[in-house]
Ligand binder design. Structure first.
Ligand code: PLP
Length: 245
């Protein structure tokens, strides 16, 4: 820290300026949508970036971080356990990783099938933890599996039933919905659909208020359609390179 209490260092300066620009974007989008920026949480997606960046983000006041691979997230979360952060698991999840994820994740965004619900419930109970689960919705169910593989998610028509399975499972509660916009087409149309699904789930489970939508490239459209949580990597930490998604 410097004398005026600011965290110092070139990496910190860079992330701080990215964060200021991001907050500006969020504020502008909220103003356009007549929403309160305080109702939109930024989740810093730290995949491929080191624990030292997580520490910097925490020092800059961010409270939520997201990771998409258990092998990377587990050790990073352990290293950062003293920072009081909320950990979001946002990637495709195999049932055999559920117990490990249940150790450190507070919110799992990628819940899209009953088998995973049961594995996460079992893991949460074994670890003595409570997990909030979001139903991942596939906003492009018609498209065939792309070159990069499936992104996961349940058909919008089946989302309410997955929400019910989560609520019925000990150790889990349903927190809302999550989606990734389709690669092609207008993200606004997709996020409007997500908002509809979110409302159906919230009508049944009033505490399920989270809409996790919007990444570096489409967060304005997500805010316009009611996103409560943005998952932002590139715009905060820089390009990850072409291979890791
Ligand atoms: C990597 C990732 C993000 C962040 O994407 P950026 O474009 O870097 O902001 C958001 N959501 C999921 C599911 C991701 O895997």
């Amino acid at each position: 820290m410097t004398r005026d209490g600011q965290v110092a260092g070139p990496r910190t300066d860079r992330i701080r300026s990215h964060l200021l620009a991001l907050r500006e974007r969020v504020a502008t989008a909220c103003e356009k949508a007549d929403r309160n920026p305080g109702d939109v949480t930024i989740i810093a997606v730290t995949k491929t970036y080191p624990a030292s960046d997580v520490r910097i983000l925490a020092e800059l006041g961010l409270t939520d971080v997201g990771e998409n691979r258990d092998q990377e997230a587990g050790p990073k979360a352990a290293e950062c356990s003293g920072l009081g952060l909320t950990w979001h698991f946002i990637g495709q999840l195999q049932t055999n990783k559920a117990r490990s994820v249940a150790r450190y994740a507070d919110v799992v965004h990628s819940v899209d099938r009953g088998r995973l619900v049961r594995a996460l419930g079992k893991g949460a109970r074994a670890e003595g933890r409570e997990l909030t689960c979001l139903v991942q919705v596939d906003l492009d169910p018609e498209s065939a599996v792309g070159v990069l593989g499936p992104r996961g998610g349940v058909d919008p028509r089946d989302a309410l039933s997955v929400a019910g399975e989560i609520e019925a499972e000990g150790g889990l509660s349903v927190g809302g919905v999550m989606a990734v916009a389709p690669r092609e087409g207008d993200p606004g149309t997709a996020f409007a659909r997500l908002h509809q699904v979110a409302s159906e789930i919230r009508d049944r489970y009033p505490r399920a208020r989270v809409i996790s939508a919007g990444m570096s490239g489409d967060l304005e459209a997500a805010i316009e359609h009611g996103a409560t949580h943005l998952r932002v990597g590139t715009a905060l930490l820089g390009d990850r390179g072409p291979i890791v998604g």
